[in-house]
Design a protein. Structure first.
Length: 182
């Protein structure tokens, strides 16, 4: 299989199911952003501080490939079997969030992203996750999108925030709270 096919040279690509769409199509933007998020999760997973969490982060990457496949499928034309999400995937994130949240001081203010490069990478992943969620919600307004995809992305951004906080603690990084200038 060749890496390049030249079929997209004029700005169109194929969905699973064969439908050709512009590369600027909302569906392409949505699953492209999921791919970007997956790359950032890989960067977060590669941080030394996350060695013990590499398994869950790999699991998240696997679920993001599932979401990408779901979004890349033409809901009207594809008869191809695609991987699927399960409610247990969301429950796993919730359990991880609860564990991390219990291990850090209660949050009483907004936190400025940063404090350590590894934490900053995770904040970028969190922001990309929120953008992906917004794009998928916009796609849902015009096309069929499995509801669990949106739920998973919403919970994943919460997971990433909790991960930022526990990483800050483990790295001894200062969590700088936002103080509104009034």
């Amino acid at each position: 299989m060749k890496i390049y096919t030249k079929t997209g040279d004029k700005g169109a690509t194929s969905l699973i199911g064969g439908t050709r769409v512009a590369k600027s199509d909302l569906r392409i933007d949505a699953y492209g952003t999921i791919d970007e998020l997956n790359s950032y999760i890989g960067l977060v997973r590669d941080q030394e501080v996350n060695k013990s969490r590499a398994g869950i982060l790999k699991e998240i990457q696997d679920r993001l490939f599932t979401i990408g496949a779901l979004l890349a499928t033409d809901p009207d034309k594809s008869r191809m079997k695609t991987p699927d999400l399960h409610p247990e995937d969301v429950i796993l994130l919730e359990q991880e969030i609860d564990e991390m949240t219990a291990a850090v001081p209660p949050l009483r203010a907004f936190v400025l992203p940063g404090g350590h490069q590894s934490v900053s990478f995770c904040h970028v992943a969190r922001c990309v996750c929120r953008r992906a969620e917004r794009l998928v919600i916009r796609l849902q307004e015009v096309s069929v999108v499995e509801e669990l995809v949106i739920i998973y992305l919403n919970r994943l951004s919460d997971y990433l925030f909790a991960l930022c906080r526990i990483m800050s603690q483990e790295l001894g990084a200062e969590e700088i709270t936002w103080k509104a200038r009034i």
